[in-house]
Design a protein around this ligand. Structure first.
Ligand SMILES: [Zn+2]
Length: 234
């Protein structure tokens, strides 16, 4: 697989799911099957976010870096930029957002989901722990997904961020299609990714990222890009 395809620089391999959402054709087909099964169980499984380009992830990163888009703490509350050093701020962003080039959403294999039947039409999906934890509107959908994943009967989907290892927050809304994601994970190399970020002259906080690259890669990137091969091996 080409490096451009795993870093969000190629969108030619995608197909429409529910516009504007796009996925790899194999993933779109598998998600369609999962939607059908969810419907029979009483859920309206819908995508909240699918493929994201490098430029889109860069825009999200830069908005969080500058503080124009909220950066959240563990409890989902917005942090104050002026109370944190640059390095603290980078870590806080990385807890919930990937660096451009290092997002699983670049691959066409991963998506965030919700249950449209559990909320009013026009509800703005937040993708926060409160929505998916017990008592939240999407908790029953995720309990059902847990059952399918536990039985290894989820059309190839699993949760790459299921366990909190202190880096990336556990995002229950995020599903990954293992057959394709495993291939993407093997194509992503630390050194090539750092080169790519060096070439990006609009990346906010770039000197901080470069200075802490080893730790960032170990704590925030490896758990994301090796999740699949760990899961599949189990
Ligand atoms: Zn996601």
């Amino acid at each position: 697989m080409k490096f451009t395809q795993v870093t969000g620089h190629d969108d030619t391999f995608l197909v429409d799911v529910t516009p504007p959402h796009r996925l790899h054709p194999d993933v779109a087909a598998a998600f369609g099957r999962l939607q059908q099964r969810a419907r029979q169980a009483g859920f309206d499984l819908q995508p909240a976010s699918c493929f994201r380009s490098f430029d889109r992830q860069l825009a999200i990163w830069n908005a969080k870096a500058s503080g124009t888009r909220p950066v959240l703490n563990e409890q989902g509350q917005a942090l104050a930029r002026e109370q944190h050093s640059d390095w603290e701020w980078v870590q806080a962003i990385l807890r919930w957002s990937a660096l451009p080039g290092a997002s699983r959403h670049h691959w066409g294999s991963d998506l965030d989901v919700y249950d449209a039947a559990a909320v009013a039409a026009g509800y703005a999906v937040q993708l926060t722990p409160e929505e998916v934890d017990p008592g939240g509107p999407f908790a029953p959908l995720h309990a059902w997904l847990d059952q399918q994943i536990a039985r290894n009967d989820c059309e190839g989907f699993f949760r790459p961020y299921a366990i909190d290892k202190g880096g990336i927050a556990p995002e229950r809304w995020h599903l990954s299609y293992a057959p394709l994601a495993a291939e993407c994970e093997r194509s992503l190399q630390a050194e090539a990714l750092l080169q790519l970020l060096r070439q990006c002259d609009t990346l906010a906080l770039a000197p901080v990222i470069e200075a802490h690259w080893q730790e960032i890669y170990q704590r925030f990137i490896t758990p994301a890009v090796a999740a699949c091969n760990q899961e599949v091996g189990r």
